[in-house]
Design a protein around this ligand. Structure first.
Ligand SMILES: N[C@@H](CCC(=O)N[C@@H](CS)C(=O)NCC(=O)O)C(=O)O
Length: 336
């Protein structure tokens, strides 16, 4: 009891220390420290040279460009599902961009803020095609590989109990071991975010065409950034970065034309790109911060297509991640 109290006090003290204006810390350091995954193709994974690539990584780059004027001024910290939130609470990282699902409990109990969703996902299943599985109830009695410390571990149990499917979870604390085990044939199915399954099949499967991601999903997995409570200024920057990238897509501002578009006569484009309205300064940033952010990796649509869309090995549809005007959920709050 006494020891628990000391630990809690030390943790609370370190959270307070870490919540001093993150923007100032980042500017003084000259580098953004971004928490990402240890390896999740399409979102954040090191390439053959060890450089992190992916949708989440492009958010880190856009943020560094917007805040520091240089998308390369990022130090990536690879985090597992288990240690990601502690790394943010303790101040080891400035922001977490790591395919992390937003939930009520994570939002209310961790001392963290949940930023706007940058990828709407759902928990899916992958199986070997020759197993002949067509729907989830065909997985009765199946061994299912699942990662520890994720939303999936809990949802798998809940769904099985509610629907009378007695699947047997095989739980892994390391995702690389989970992939090796599944593709080695030890589990009948593997479950995680449907996007992650597409990435795993595209990059880790011995023969991608032998596997199928089932069309059903069993949960909503809204993925987005996390920041610390008590630093509204920094959380606002994370929020408006996402809306800026979506607004850029809606207005046709791209990586290639951002400088040119800054001279546009369209008031909404002028405000977004800092030609009028002084919006950046209200966040403690340069008024043209979003020009720099968009030039780092493009607008939301460009980031999506390059990393996880048709131009990528994952080949995902835009679906819910299309802009609202095209039937999706990506909708930017107006810049005015
Ligand atoms: N979105 C889920 C799952 C996120 C997650 O950690 N997924 C694992 C695979 S199931 C992953 O990306 N692992 C890569 C890594 O650990 O670096 C959550 O927030 O709990």
């Amino acid at each position: 009891m006494y020891r628990g109290l000391i630990t809690a006090t030390v943790l609370a003290a370190s959270i307070t220390g870490a919540s001093a204006a993150t923007l100032d810390t980042v500017k003084q350091r000259g580098t953004l420290v971004c928490g990402v995954s240890t390896g999740f193709a399409g979102f954040s994974a090191p390439d053959s040279q060890g450089n992190f690539k992916g949708l989440d990584v492009d958010y880190c780059r856009a943020l560094a460009a917007g805040v520091l004027g240089d998308p390369t001024k990022v130090r990536y910290v690879a985090l597992t599902a288990q240690n990601r939130f502690t790394a943010l609470q303790s101040g080891e990282i400035d922001v977490l961009y790591r395919n992390s699902t937003q939930t009520y409990l994570r939002g209310t109990t961790l001392g963290l803020r949940q930023g706007p969703v940058n990828f709407y996902d759902g928990q899916g299943f992958v199986v070997k095609k020759d197993l002949g599985v067509k729907e989830l109830k065909d997985l009765k009695g199946a061994t299912v590989c699942v990662a520890q410390g994720t939303t999936h571990e809990v949802t798998l149990g809940d769904y099985g109990r509610a629907n009378g499917i007695d699947w047997k979870p095989l739980v892994f604390d390391r995702v690389d071991t989970m992939y090796q085990t599944f593709f080695g044939g030890r589990c009948d199915a593997m479950t995680q975010d449907a996007s992650a399954l597409a990435g795993a099949v595209a990059t880790a499967a011995p023969k991608a065409e032998d596997y199928v991601v089932l069309p059903q999903t069993i949960s909503k997995e809204p993925l987005g950034p996390f920041t610390r409570n008590g630093d509204e200024g920094w959380s606002d920057i994370i929020t408006w970065l996402h809306y800026g990238l979506v607004e850029a897509e809606e207005l046709g501002v791209t990586q290639a034309n951002a400088d040119e578009m800054a001279k546009s006569q369209v008031p909404a484009i002028q405000r977004l790109l800092g030609a009028s309205g002084d919006l950046g300064s209200r966040l403690g940033l340069d008024n043209k911060w979003l020009v720099a952010a968009i030039k780092a990796g493009g607008n939301y649509g460009e980031i999506f297509e390059r990393n996880v869309g048709k131009a990528s090995p994952l080949k995902l549809e835009r679906g819910l991640n299309a802009t609202w005007s095209k039937g999706g959920l990506m909708y930017a709050i107006p810049f005015k």
